[in-house]
Design a protein around this ligand. Sequence first.
Ligand SMILES: [Zn+2]
Length: 174
Amino acid sequence: MLDQLPEIIDPVVFAERHSHVVGPIGLQRMARLSDFLFDKEGELNVDLQFYKEGKVPVIEGRIEGHVTLICQSCLDALPWIVDKSVKIGMVQTIEQADRLEEGFEPMVVSEQKMPLSAIIEDEVIIALPDYPRHEHSCLQYSSTQPLIDEPEEIKQQSDNPFSVLAKLKFTGDQ
Ligand SMILES: [Zn+2]
C-alpha cells in the first residue's frame, strides 16, 4: 500500500503489481474538475485497488469527499458530496471496450504513464450533475417583476411544499 498518492502512474503496471492507492488528493491537482468548483480548496479521499481480471487491468474502489459546485441558477456555492464507486477496465481499442464485461467502465489507455489525478478527476466529473443547482428556489425574484410564463396552478399552490418540486420539474427541461 502506498502512503502517499503518486503523481504519475503506469496503470497497467500498477494492475500487474496489485497496487493499492489510498489517501487524500488535493482539488488543486485537478484543473478540469476545478472548472466546475465554486471553491477550489479541499481534497478528496481516494481508495483504489489495481488488479487484473483475466487479461484486463482493472481499477476498482471509491472516491469520496465534499466539494462546492456552482449553482447554475444563482451562481452561488452549492455543497456537493462526492461518493463515486469506481470500476474501470483498461483497454487499448474501442473494440476491446465493447467486449468488456458488464459493470466495467472502459478507459482507453493510449500512453503508459498518466497522472493519477487525471483518472480521478474524470471519475468525479462524470458523477457530477449536468445542471447543478440548489433544491430550494434560490433566485431572488423582484416583486415588481413577476415570473412570466408561470403556470396558474403553481401560483395557486404556493403554500404547498411540493410546489417547489413541481416548479423544478416544470423548468427542468429547459
Ligand atoms: Zn442556487
